[in-house]
Design a protein around this ligand. Structure first.
Ligand code: DQA
Length: 144
């Protein structure tokens, strides 16, 4: 069975209360439930994780090499700063979809740069919580 790691970075544990005008009112637990529904429909396996630390996210990416077929990553603000996360993704050579709730290109200039995009299979942004099921479908389709 196809196995996908869904990895959420810093501050995404606060979804629902964090800047709802930007990120919506959906909590991370709601998003996890949405992902579980989509995975059940497609018949694939998902692991859903959130961590605020760059090193912990890197460790999860490394571990995924042995356990998962692909990664969906909302790296939060590390998207715009982390060469280390980019290198981790390049090292494990798993297909990765970069995901954002907001349209980062319509926001502040510093959010227009993404280190993750440089190694991602594709990018989904601006669709709020619905981006997660979209990303699962896209990655599942890619993995065949
Ligand atoms: C985000 C966009 C990032 O710029 C921001 O730092 C986040 C969330 C999003 O999902 O829209 O933490 O990744």
């Amino acid at each position: 069975m196809t196995s996908i790691l869904i990895l959420n970075g810093p501050n995404l544990n606060l979804l629902g209360t964090r800047q709802p005008e930007v990120y919506g009112q959906t909590t991370l637990a709601d998003i996890q439930a949405l992902c579980a529904e989509t995975a059940k429909e497609l018949g694939c396996d998902i692991t859903f994780e959130q961590n605020n630390s760059e090193g912990a996210l890197i460790d999860l990416i490394h571990a995924a090499r042995e356990t998962h077929d692909g990664i969906i990553l909302n790296a939060g603000a590390y998207t715009h700063t982390s060469v280390a996360l980019m290198d981790a993704l390049a090292s494990v050579e798993l297909p990765c979809i970069e995901l954002h709730l907001s349209n980062i290109h319509a926001r502040e200039e510093f959010r227009h740069t993404s280190y993750i995009s440089k190694v991602a299979l594709g990018v989904i942004c601006g669709f709020g919580a619905q981006g997660y099921p979209l990303a699962i479908r896209a990655l599942h389709g890619h993995l065949g």
